[in-house]
Design a protein around this ligand. Structure first.
Ligand SMILES: [Zn+2]
Length: 162
């Protein structure tokens, strides 16, 4: 074989020319040195919403904020957070309190968007990654930090439903 071919084959086996580059955050030991998230605003803030129980229009009582961790920005390598401003309402008839609907973004009480949950579950269920490896993968390649126990909860919750 001519030397170039051998070099080429070696490079395929060794994983070059896509040379190994360590994750830029690998040597970081202090949380405050990690890349700062990009904050994107989202609004689910309305003057009136229909009551989920009786369908009556209910005025806004107050405005609240909630932060959701989304998949990070692969270009800048920074995490991405959605700051959702949403309205809370009270139905005058049922006296029930409810939030403006944001089920398209995340499940209630969840700190992560649907996209993050779906990807994390896929890494474990489809790709067979252990929870800790899935957690590291999400940080390294998608710049979202999810504790492995949280991923485990999502997978087990999904398994019960399925
Ligand atoms: Zn009502």
């Amino acid at each position: 074989m001519i030397p170039e071919t051998i070099l080429f084959l070696e490079s395929v086996v060794m994983g070059k020319p896509g040379e190994y580059v360590a994750d830029s955050t690998e040597a970081i030991t202090r949380v405050e040195d990690l890349p700062k998230p990009k904050i994107l605003g989202r609004s689910r803030n309305y003057r009136r919403r229909r009551c989920p129980q009786c369908g009556r229009r209910a005025y806004r009582l107050r405005r609240v904020e909630r932060t959701l961790h989304d998949l990070g920005d692969p270009i800048s390598g920074r995490p991405r957070d959605l700051r959702v401003t949403y309205s809370q309402h009270r139905c005058p008839k049922c006296n029930v309190y409810f939030n403006a609907d944001m089920d398209d973004l995340a499940l209630p009480k969840c700190h992560y968007t649907h996209r993050v949950v779906a990807l994390a579950v896929r890494l474990v269920v489809e790709d067979g990654l252990p929870y800790r490896a899935a957690s590291w993968h999400l940080w390294r390649d998608h710049r979202v930090f999810v504790p492995f126990a949280t991923i485990q909860n999502w997978v087990e919750a999904g398994g019960k439903k399925g």
